[in-house]
Design a protein around this ligand. Structure first.
Ligand code: URA
Length: 281
C-alpha cells in the first residue's frame, strides 16, 4: 500500500529547519536572492572613477530624501554605486554622533532598512578608548534598538568584565545598523553601502583601539580577505580618519557560544587588548 505523504509534517520539518538556521521572518511572497546583482537600476547610474561632482551628490541626496523624514513608504532601490556615493557624502556631513544617527534614520540607500524594525545605531560611551564593531543586529537588537543585547551581547559583557570594562567604557556598533532578514550575514553590497557610516562613527569616537568582532567586520573594516582564524589576535594599523590607531580582529561572541573551546583564543585576544589599553594609558 502506498503511503500518502504527510505534507503538514513535511512543512513543519521545513519550518523547524529554517528556524534552526536563524530564519524567523518572511520578507515577501517570493524567495529573494540577496547576493544577486540588482536587476535594473531604478535610475541611470553615472558611475565613473572621477570624484563625484557636487551637483551629482545633490541629485543623489534628493533621491534619498536625506535630512528629512521620508513621505514615501517604498522608494525604488538605488543602484549600489549611487547608494555608496550618497552614503559617503551623507556620512561625511555629520559633525557629531547625534547628527550621524539622524542622517542614518532617514537614509534610504540600504534595503535592509525596509525589513528591519528600527535602526540599531550604537551603545556605550561615544568617547570610549576602545570601540567594538560587530556584523549586524540580530532579533533582540532589532527589537530593542541596541547592539549586542541578545545572547552574544551577554557573553560580550562577560568578556568585557573579565578585563575590567563595562559598557560605560566602550563604544559598540555594527557594520550594518539594520538587522539582515533571518540574521543572515550582510551581503558585500550592503556592507559597502553602510561602511561610510561606521567609518564616520569610528572617526567621531576616535578610540585608541578598534576591535572587529568576527570575520565580516574584520574583512570589511580592514579590507582583508583572510578568514577570522588567520586574522584574530593580530594587530593592524587602522586609519581612523583622525589618526592611525591599532585594530584587532577577534572571534565573534556568537561563534564562541557555538564553539566554547574557542573561548581560550578570544581570552588571549582580550588580554592583549587590555594590555594595549594599559600601555597607552
Ligand atoms: N551580532 C552582531 O554582530 N551584532 C549585534 O549587535 C548582535 C549580534
Amino acid at each position: 500500500m502506498r503511503m500518502m505523504p504527510d505534507r503538514a509534517k513535511a512543512a513543519r520539518d521545513l519550518l523547524a529547519f529554517y528556524a534552526e538556521a536563524g530564519v524567523d521572518m518572511a520578507v515577501g511572497e517570493e524567495a529573494n536572492d540577496f547576493l544577486a546583482p540588482p536587476e535594473k537600476p531604478a535610475v541611470p547610474a553615472p558611475i565613473s572613477s572621477a570624484p563625484p561632482r557636487p551637483s551629482a551628490i545633490r541629485t543623489v541626496a534628493a533621491q534619498l530624501d536625506l535630512g528629512a523624514a521620508s513621505a514615501r513608504s517604498n522608494p525604488a532601490p538605488l543602484p549600489p554605486d549611487t547608494a555608496i556615493m550618497a552614503a559617503r557624502e551623507a556620512a561625511r556631513s555629520a559633525a557629531t554622533m547625534e547628527e550621524l544617527r539622524a542622517i542614518l534614520e532617514s537614509f534610504e540607500g540600504c534595503a535592509l532598512r525596509s525589513t528591519a524594525t528600527q535602526l540599531v545605531f550604537a551603545d556605550g560611551n561615544p568617547k570610549a578608548r576602545v570601540m567594538f564593531v560587530g556584523e549586524g543586529p540580530g532579533y533582540e537588537e532589532d527589537k530593542q534598538g541596541l547592539p549586542f543585547v541578545g545572547r552574544s551581547g551577554k557573553l560580550l559583557d562577560q568578556m568585557l568584565k573579565a578585563i575590567g570594562l563595562d559598557r560605560t567604557q566602550v563604544y559598540i556598533a555594527n557594520i550594518v545598523p539594520w538587522r539582515p532578514p533571518g540574521n543572515r550575514t550582510p551581503t558585500p553590497q550592503e556592507a559597502a553601502i553602510c561602511l561610510p557610516f561606521v567609518l564616520r562613527q569610528i572617526a567621531l569616537c576616535d578610540p585608541d583601539i578598534l576591535v572587529c568582532l568576527g570575520g565580516p567586520s574584520a574583512q570589511t573594516l580592514l579590507n582583508v580577505k583572510e578568514g577570522i582564524m588567520k586574522l584574530r589576535g593580530r594587530w593592524f594599523a587602522f586609519n581612523s580618519g583622525a589618526r592611525e590607531i591599532r585594530a584587532m580582529p577577534t572571534l565573534h561572541p556568537a561563534y564562541l557560544l557555538r564553539t566554547p573551546l574557542a573561548k581560550r583564543n578570544a581570552w588571549r585576544d582580550f588580554l592583549a587588548i587590555k594590555k594595549a589599553l594599559t600601555a597607552q594609558a
